[in-house]
Design a protein around this ligand. Structure first.
Ligand code: ADP
Ligand code: MG
Length: 349
């Protein structure tokens, strides 16, 4: 009998130690996580160290409702009650009057315009007319492979006539935007990173740490893990058939790591694969890389940069990244080889 009781006790002790919930370390934070699949058309996970489930539930609901608000605001396909969002701005393109909107959408437009200038137009949120042709081709080709097609050169260059960022008017005082006739925004290259960054900054302002948000290739660390230990962030293996699902690991604290990859959203036509990052010069997805990962403080900027650097040749992209402070990059080339900026190695330690 004694033996049975001590065996049961041992199991309870082991369980308590394993879950960390317990009797011996009441104040040690425990690790919790949650995943959502209904925002930004991707999987979003939150991992955090909290005192208990109740604290984590409150934290994760706060994060969810922030991200949901941004998701709605930056949605170009649907409008929502009580707000003028990106879809509203697109619908009213050509109107003389400004569309009053949420300050966060205006802030995103300002960031996007800055990123356009910084990258010589390699990331352009005003590329909507061209991107929607590719979007449509992808949807049709994925749904009915026998009807697969790519947009014609003629259609693409006609659409490109309406993609000048100069046609996006931003009124910061009135919190309003306006597009010229025929234009449309596509915020896909920056919206997720911006939303994650704003949410992370809100948590920081509340004194939070020990939180990691990962939104489909867009990771942001809020502080470190307990006792100052950095988060390990794995870089996805572009070869999704490989048993090894990551190719590199870096250590992160208070920074963001964002990957743009060809494996995320692509389709096949005539035996060739077409991915979702469009080179504004050729209006085509170019096969320069399998992925580009950017590590930088701000997740919104990192997201814009991951798309932009994808559209730069290797030497140009490397020189560009080296010219930016506190910004590093890892390129995976079509043959599976790697290139990295000078400060990347330091992120591994
Ligand atoms: P993901 O959204 O998969 O994380 P990216 O951040 O690279 O990847 O964004 C790709 C999305 O950005 C595309 O789906 C499209 O909506 C948009 N996009 C593609 N090419 C460009 C470009 N040159 N400039 C601006 N936006 C782009
Ligand atoms: Mg991006």
């Amino acid at each position: 009998m004694k033996r049975i009781i001590s065996a049961i006790l041992l199991i309870i002790i082991a369980a308590a130690a394993f879950t960390g919930c317990g009797i011996f370390t009441p104040s040690a934070p425990q690790r919790f996580s949650v995943v959502w699949y209904d925002l930004f058309d991707t999987g979003i996970s939150v991992t955090a160290y909290c005192r208990d489930q109740k604290e984590f539930s409150a934290l994760s609901s706060e994060i969810y409702s922030e991200l949901q608000r941004y998701h709605r605001l930056f949605d170009i396909y649907n409008e929502y009650e009580g707000m003028n969002n990106a879809c509203t701005v697109n619908k009213r393109a050509g109107d003389r009057s400004l569309v009053e909107t949420d300050p966060a959408l205006v802030e995103l437009a300002v960031l996007a315009a800055e990123m356009y200038r910084l990258t010589d137009g390699r990331v352009n949120v005003a590329l909507g007319p061209v991107l929607s042709l590719w979007h449509e081709a992808r949807e049709v080709s994925l749904q009915s492979p026998d009807k697969a097609y790519i947009p014609s050169a003629g259609e693409l260059s006609a659409a490109a006539q309406h993609c000048s960022i100069e046609g996006l008017f931003i009124d910061r005082e009135k919190n309003a935007l306006r597009l010229e006739e025929g234009m449309s925004l596509d915020l896909g290259a920056v919206a997720k990173g911006f939303a994650v960054e704003k949410t992370a900054q809100k948590l920081e302002a509340e004194g939070r740490s020990m939180v990691l948000i990962s939104a489909g290739g867009n990771v942001r660390a809020v502080g470190s893990k307990p006792e100052g230990e950095k988060w390990s962030v794995a870089i996805q293996n572009p070869d999704l058939t490989s048993e090894k699902n990551y190719v590199d690991v870096i250590l992160a604290q208070d920074i963001s790591v964002v990957t743009s990859g060809v494996y995320q959203r692509c389709f096949e036509y005539n035996g060739r694969s077409y991915h979702h990052i469009i080179d504004p010069d050729t209006l085509m997805p170019e096969d320069r890389y399998l992925s580009v990962t950017i590590a930088a403080k701000d997740s919104g900027a990192a997201d814009a940069l991951s798309t932009a650097v994808f559209n730069m040749d290797q030497a140009e992209g490397l020189a560009f990244i080296e010219s930016l402070q506190d910004t590093e990059a890892l390129w995976i080339l079509p043959d599976g080889s790697f290139a990295e900026s000078s400060g990347w190695e330091a992120l591994r330690k």
